[in-house]
Design a binder for this molecule. Structure first.
Ligand SMILES: [Zn+2]
Length: 458
């Protein structure tokens, strides 16, 4: 079995900072954390490394967010709230699905995965349109990433934006729900547990306004049947909240409780417009909140990690595709939370690091991830903390979150195998990956212009 040894000036071992250790992986497991340099096949030796569990990112959209780069910022308030999701992300995502080859889709996905991995992410959960699963899994497999694939389930897949600027919902229920379930079952059978169990499949009903009650009740049944996770977008726009109130007389969270979906195996993305009472319900069901601050900060909205964390919820931080960079996202999560609470004591560096390690592992119901301890999976990241922008290091978590940069990420490993080393992505040539993705994105830009989608989003 191959042995990897990483010299740690600091290491986060079972939640505590220790100094001057070697972290040793043997095969896919952590074999030892020792003071003396061990024998190993591969040695990572730098005097300033902070070694910690690899970051677990539980919400991202590498594909769709790449398609709207440069078009999602500086929008008007109305433009952001309605057009971004329903007028840009969803129709351009569908356009791309209809016109790009599997290879082109894979190129865009891989560029996003590569960026996340270079920022220390070793486990990623990503919801996407079901047709993208093969390109995503090919890219994630080549990258060596631990990947939770979430092919969307929709009751109303052809959601678009009407002349009044509001979302329109077509079809849904009955046969559409049954087809969505059948498709999910087939994808689960085919992909779940493959690649040495690095690939898993989750349930990903899209959102509370695109999935009806019957579909969500079936999702609960599937989660119980397969003991698998479910994730859904919740309270991410005013339109979604209004639709829920109009149709069901309930907030999106109350709706999810009513259909019976909530539970410890469920991850709610965003909860931006959730009320305090909604958060009480979420906590009562031991359900995880995934807070993605950057994506909403560009829209002038406050998705404060600290609000959910202070409410006693298991809260994790996701990148949402907009900022495929976990180091940057953690800092944004901290700053947005402190601004929102007008309190520098909330969202500490230690809490934020915990959010993407131990708390995320709990959300995944995995006791072998998110921690450095003998016997745990050897998923780890080593960050250089010797730069001019970082020193002096009082606490390495503080240095990483408040002053670190993605370029400080020196190495990372999944299942004991290096996937990033010397700051470089190891599964492919970065320039070639960027060129392939750039060509595919250029094609979509042309199609989006000629289709008139872009003219509607202001
Ligand atoms: Zn999302």
């Amino acid at each position: 079995m191959s042995r990897l040894a990483v010299r740690a000036r600091w290491a986060l071992v079972e939640g505590e900072i220790v100094t001057d250790r070697w972290v040793v992986a043997e095969g896919d497991r952590i074999a030892a954390i020792v003071r003396d340099e061990p024998a190993a096949d591969i040695v990572i030796d730098r005097p300033d490394l902070f070694v910690l569990p690899g970051f677990i990112d539980l919400h991202n959209h590498a594909f769709t967010e790449s398609l709207v780069r440069g078009r999602s910022e500086d929008l008007s308030k109305e433009g952001f709230e309605t057009n971004l999701i329903y007028g840009l992300l969803m129709p351009i995502g569908k356009l791309a699905m209809d016109h790009l080859s599997p290879d082109e889709c894979e190129a865009i996905a891989e560029m996003g995965l590569m960026q996340l991995m270079k920022s220390g992410v070793t486990t990623l959960l990503e919801p996407f349109r079901a047709g993208l699963i093969a390109p995503y899994i090919k890219a994630a497999t080549r990258a060596g990433l631990r990947f939770y694939a979430g092919p969307y389930l929709f009751s109303t897949p052809d959601l678009d934006i009407g002349a009044d600027g509001k979302p329109t919902y077509k079809g849904g229920g009955g046969d559409a729900d049954a087809a969505a379930i059948d498709q999910w079952r087939a994808l689960y059978q085919r992909h779940h547990g493959t690649e040495g169990d690095r690939i898993r499949v989750t349930l990903a009903p899209h959102a509370t306004d695109t999935c009806g009650p019957e579909l969500l009740r079936k999702v609960r049944g599937l989660a119980d049947e397969h003991k698998c996770l479910a994730t859904i977008h919740v309270a991410q726009s005013h339109d979604e909240v209004a639709k829920s109130q109009k149709l069901y007389g309930r907030t999106p969270t109350e709706f999810l409780e009513w259909v019976g979906l909530l539970g410890p195996d469920v991850l709610l993305a965003h909860c931006l417009f959730s009320t305090d009472s909604d958060l009480d319900i979420t906590r009562r069901h031991d359900t995880t909140v995934v807070s993605c601050p950057s994506t909403f900060a560009r829209g002038g909205s406050t998705a404060a990690f600290g609000r959910f964390h202070e409410h006693g919820l298991r809260t994790v931080v996701g990148t949402d595709g907009y900022m495929p960079d976990m180091v940057s996202e953690l800092r944004t999560a901290g700053l947005v939370s402190k601004l929102a609470a007008q309190d520098p004591g909330v969202a500490t560096a230690a809490q934020l690091v915990e959010a993407v390690t131990t708390q995320s592992a709990k959300a995944l119901q995995r006791d072998d991830l998110g921690t450095l301890k003998v016997g745990a999976k050897a998923d780890l990241v080593a960050v250089g903390l010797g730069g001019a922008h970082v020193i002096p290091v009082v606490d390495p978590r503080n240095a990483l979150v408040w002053r670190g940069q993605t370029s400080d990420v020196w190495a990372s490993a999944v299942d004991g195998k290096l996937v990033v080393n010397e700051g470089r992505y190891l599964a492919g040539d970065e320039a070639a990956i960027v060129a392939r993705a750039g060509a595919a994105l250029g094609k979509i830009e042309e199609l989006a212009r000629s289709s008139g989608i872009l003219a509607r989003a202001k």
